[in-house]
Design a protein around this ligand. Sequence first.
Ligand code: SAH
Length: 210
Amino acid sequence: MSPREDRAAERAALVERMRGHGIADERVLAAIGEVPRERFVPADAAALAYEDAPLAIGLGQTISAPLIVAFSAAALQAGPDAHVLEIGTGSGYGAAVLARSHGSVVTVERHGELADRARAALADAGCDNVEVRTGDGFLGAADRAPFDGIVVTAMAEAEPPPALLEQLAPGAALVCPVGHGGRGVLMRYRDRRAEELVEVAFVPLVPGSP
Ligand code: SAH
């Protein structure tokens, strides 16, 4: 078996583990089965790409565990043509999964170096429906709003940035971890209602660009 086929088998096994964890969104599962996560992790961690674990990507940041990426994407409950905003591009892997399962993605990262690397990895993975921006995710992307779903991949302290709620289309969901000290709850906000989904660990959402 070639190394490439080998990784496809690892992706298929990851998809089956996700089904076992209750992820049932077929478009998201198909995306997990297609996106080469090894291209979004540092070269020395490529062997670990299909473990269900976060991995360090430099600048004190992490690529989220695949299960939480899938869970957040599915929690949007958005359609195949949905226009989605992601805050916290990091490696670009989450954006790639959103791009494969939805219509278009705008993703915002405060570290220019990570945004540049993510842009290259997304191009390499053939994701041409993603716009990677360097900037402060607290502001969202007003010029591309409204969004049919918003995923925040860093932890807000008490509530999601107000600008993001304003950039949601009517009936659309914003999924955001909320908590302190790296641990908290993944929340879904829709039609001004807040819903607790699952306990999670995330790096903090930090205001401003460095
Ligand atoms: N979705 C990413 C996970 C990245 S971790 C992936 O799949 O790899 C969270 C990211 O959020 C980090 O890269 C961090 O730099 C970024 N971040 C934190 N605060 C931010 C802000 N205010 N605006 C934009 N990005 C932010």
